[in-house]
Design a protein around this ligand. Structure first.
Ligand SMILES: *[C@@H]1O[C@H](CO)[C@@H](O)[C@H](O)[C@H]1NC(C)=O
Length: 898
């Protein structure tokens, strides 16, 4: 009977899967804040902080200040640590001074934490003032009640505990005395145990924490993905934003429910300044946002202004986590780019292989080798390029990862070789749930090494995912090392160098677990799953990426997709999770990807809608949008009709072909942007950060930039036109199809047909393209470049050209070409951007100068040689085309217009 009860949710789930018509998330399967016991902290009232700083306990070294805090209600002491990190960052840690046992501190996420000097400016009985370096930045520690204010000059940039919502539940022994127990329960209901649906969560170490941040002068906050919501975060009158990695089947849009991944990073912005808060905690977290201007209409705000109301706008934020410690990185900007470089100094964006930026064809599932071959051939037949074909779970031998179905995929190497012959690649799925089966090598080894996560009673934790499964403890370094070794060519049978990996279901998804995930009282060594939950997917991903690096002897850059993620997962790659084939899901992909980009995760996208079947119009529009989003993959559920690009009639095939080909022509540019993102932490797909002073851009959800390309995809059914906001009052924008010029700082109505993808190049930029589109990106490696030089109002432009081998770590040994391209005073030149060595066969076959006037003569200068080059001039659009200048893409050259 017990077994049957356990099975009931599984059966229900399977039934659910089969009932295509009723698909929609059942919100009741997921907790609201009220249903989470530790959300009791939300009931704290502002202005009653019991915490006091004990200034006499202060200790100051070069880089660190420590002092004790006391809770006057229960006399428990906390330890505050304050660090100043390089580049305008401050780290604040609060832990119990003497916890009963250690509390969880998140390891492995930070790549470095560069400390720097901290100096005492003044001190009295009310507090302490510390200098945060040369720029008059200071932190003021007030004693009673305890609060921190971070200031620059006369401005408060951010305050901590200014509303008094710091709470720190100390670890304690459960009272065995019945009366005391009842007393406890009355005060703090659900403290030691709570139930949700059929699940009971036992909590031997209740230890929730909370802290408030005030942001004076701020009306716009962003980040804390993943939510299917607008880019600009809303005030949370209902539930707070929830941060808890969950497999939310057919999620609902425009709400703060948790999704597959979490990045606990928030940006705050106004026209003067951008700051950031990185809350380094891996437990379930809720974030409340309130604002003193939230309820006000534009009219109300104007009235305030007219009447001289001196209330400054302010946003207040409160973070509540279920366990762990308070560990916060405060990034002080001042510009968005400074915040990105500050965050990137803690955790960095990986540099993906070039092919990963090309088009991917995925479905659950391509049935067998024959099917793969037919789909592959279909692309050639219809002249559509692609780089990767993907296999979902059905390719395995009965959901045993690292194996192949013996009938359907009997000769994986033959299949992979066939793909390789066309310079293409494959991705096969490897999920973290491991089938419990004594005939399965992977399971046997994990069990015998004791690598499985344990349930609260000490046995191996088992759950139901695709198979009945154990879940390896990826938080263990030895487990991860073993897992990585499983990707070696001699371990992973049938694998070859063009086989890559994808980690799905790594929230982890447990179909019969609470909220479709793991029981929080499961054990990872000494830690509860509760402490590490949001890190699980990050670790699965990390171990897999390490496996791909190792199998190549450290030569090849990995490409591993993950559904679940945490801060730092950008060291690898993610997608927007399982969306639906509906217009609203297409639309929301824009703010979702913009949000992820702001917190370091640039590699985002997915085409077509996983669930349901798109109309041909929706599919075409999705391809057109996806072609300009960082990760360009079509994906579809098992039960959906086939939707390879040529199945919707010749007209739609042509439209999709055109979108995919546009992507391929821009691959050199995408690659260069990812290289820059790797160096700077800046998002590849930004919007307002390029115009931090133009408040018209702060809440836009329907367009984005690819650095110098403004894209306003068509995301409405039956659309005949879109209105794009072209930012920048001093900027000009050129339609990339017609080269028509438009001024910035205007809303431009653009009539559209089914073939339209409204894209504009910013004046002042130079964009390299390769116009000879072939079967795959690898086939285009040595192809020539066309440079698109778009002039600004000063008749100048700048750009870069980055070239390397496209897939190895050799770029770290300076084996690349990085050119700086400049147009000014009628001279376009290519100069060394940084010292390096790499040889390319690619040359420059054409240069378009957009917004130019007609020259009488054009001369090319290369290493001591001078020649005249031919040109055409289109007077109607002022486009000068230089034909076959012919210089190598890696050399110094100058083109002079006379
Ligand atoms: C630090 O902040 C100051 C003042 O706001 C600014 O001038 C400086 O550029 C910032 N430095 C970094 C590395 O972000």
């Amino acid at each position: 009977m017990a077994a049957f009860t356990e099975m009931a949710p599984v059966l229900a789930f399977i039934l659910f899967l089969c009932l295509g018509a009723t698909w929609a998330v059942d919100k009741g399967n997921f907790k609201t804040c009220d249903q989470s016991a530790f959300c009791r902290q939300r009931a704290l009232k502002p202005g009653e902080s019991p915490y006091r700083a004990l200034l006499e306990t202060m200790e100051l070294t070069n880089t660190r200040l420590t002092l004790q805090l006391i809770n006057d209600n229960n006399k428990v002491r906390l330890l505050l640590e304050l660090y100043r990190l390089q580049g305008n960052m401050t780290r604040v840690k609060i832990n119990e001074l003497k916890p009963l046992k250690p509390r969880y501190e998140v390891p492995d996420v930070l790549i470095k934490e560069p400390p720097t000097e901290l100096a005492l400016l003044s001190q009295d009985e009310n507090g302490v003032v510390l200098s945060l370096g040369a720029e008059s930045q200071r932190v003021i520690v007030s004693a009673r009640p305890f609060r921190l204010d971070i200031m620059e000059g006369h401005d408060v940039l951010m305050s901590l505990n200014s509303r008094g919502l710091l709470a720190f539940e100390h670890l304690r022994m459960r009272k065995d005395h019945q009366a005391a127990k009842e007393e406890d329960e009355k005060i703090e209901e659900g403290m030691w145990e709570e139930s949700f649906k059929s699940h009971t969560d036992t909590k031997p170490n209740p230890s929730a924490i909370s802290l408030d941040f005030s942001l004076p002068g701020v009306e716009n906050v962003y980040g804390i993905p993943e939510h299917a919501d607008n880019l600009k975060l809303k005030t949370t009158n209902g539930d707070p934003y929830r941060l808890y990695n969950l497999d939310v089947f057919q999620y609902e849009l425009y709400n703060p429910m948790a999704l597959y991944g979490v990045v606990p990073v928030m940006l705050a912005h106004n026209t003067q300044r951008t700051t950031g808060i990185f809350w380094l905690n891996a437990a379930e977290t809720w974030v409340d946002i309130s604002s003193n201007t939230a309820g006000k209409t534009v009219f109300g705000k104007m009235l305030d202004y007219v009447q001289g109301s001196n209330e400054k706008p302010q946003t207040d934020v409160r973070w509540i986590s279920e366990s762990g410690i308070i560990d916060v990185f405060i990034m002080l900007g001042p510009t968005p780019k400074d915040v990105f470089s500050q965050y990137a100094s803690l955790t960095t964006q990986a540099f993906p292989p070039l092919a990963a930026l090309a088009y991917h064809q995925c479905r659950w599932n391509y049935n067998d080798q024959e099917d793969v071959k037919t789909v592959d051939a279909g692309f050639d037949e219809h002249d559509i390029p692609y780089d990767f074909i993907w296999l979902d779970i059905e390719h395995t031998d009965g959901k045993r990862y690292f194996t192949w179905d013996p009938h359907k995929f009997a000769n994986p190497k033959e299949m992979l070789q066939g793909i390789k012959d066309k310079k293409r690649k494959m991705v096969a799925i490897v999920d973290p749930h491991i089938k419990v089966d004594s005939n399965y090598k992977i399971h046997n080894e994990i069990r015998s090494k004791g690598f499985y996560i344990k349930n609260k009673d000490g046995g191996d934790y088992e759950g139901w995912c695709w198979p009945s499964a154990g879940y390896p403890d990826f938080t263990r370094a030895d487990m991860r090392a073993w897992w990585a070794s499983m990707f070696a060519y001699d371990q992973y049978e049938g694998s070859m160098e063009n086989l890559y990996t994808w980690n799905d279901m790594n929230e982890p998804s447990v179909f019969n677990g609470p909220e479709v995930t793991m029981h929080k009282d499961a054990m990872h060594g000494d830690w509860e799953h509760r402490d590490v939950h949001n890190l699980y997917g990050f670790y699965v991903h990390m171990a897999t990426a390490e496996g791909l690096i190792q199998r190549s002897g450290g030569v090849e850059r990995p490409f591993v997709l993950t559904r679940a993620f945490f801060a730092g997962s950008q060291r690898f790659a993610v997608w927007t999770g399982d969306n639906a084939a509906e217009w609203d899901h297409l639309k929301i992909s824009i703010p979702m990807c913009l949000s992820l980009g702001l917190v370091g995760i640039s590699f985002c996208g997915d085409v077509g809608g996983f669930f349901k079947s798109p109309s041909s119009e929706l599919l075409v529009r999705w391809y057109q949008t996806g072609a300009y989003q960082p990760f360009f993959r079509a994906h579809a559920h098992l039960d959906t009709p086939r939707r390879e690009p040529w199945l919707f009639g010749p007209e739609n095939t042509a439209l999709i072909r055109d979108a995919v080909r546009q992507r391929y022509t821009l691959l050199p540019y995408w690659y260069q942007l990812f290289y820059n993102a790797h160096l700077t932490g800046e998002p590849v797909m930004p919007l307002w950060i390029e115009y931090p002073q133009d408040s018209a851009t702060f809440a836009i959800d329907d367009e984005f930039l690819i650095k110098d390309l403004l894209v306003h995809p068509v995301t409405e059914e039956g659309s005949r036109g879109v209105t794009a906001y072209l930012p920048g009052k001093d900027d000009v924008w050129y339609d990339v199809q017609t080269f028509q010029k438009h001024n910035g700082a205007q809303n431009l109505y653009i009539p559209v047909t089914m073939s339209s993808i409204p894209v504009f190049q910013r004046g002042g930029s130079i964009i390299p393209r390769k116009l000879r589109v072939r079967r795959s990106s690898t086939c285009m490696e040595n192809d020539p470049y066309t440079l698109y030089v778009a002039l600004n109002q000063q008749r100048a432009a700048e750009g870069e050209l980055y070239i390397d081998d496209g897939h190895t770590f050799s770029y770290q040994k300076k084996e690349y070409i990085h050119r700086r391209l400049v147009f000014s005073n009628n001279i376009l030149s290519s100069n060394l951007n940084s010292d390096s060595q790499f040889i390319t066969a690619s040359w420059v076959e054409r240069i378009l100068i957009i917004g130019a006037s007609k020259p009488s003569k054009v001369t090319l200068q290369t290493a001591g040689q001078e020649s005249t080059i031919e040109f055409d001039f289109d007077a109607s659009m002022s486009v000068l085309t230089l034909r076959k200048p012919g210089m190598n893409a890696g050399e110094n050259w100058k083109v002079m217009l006379q």
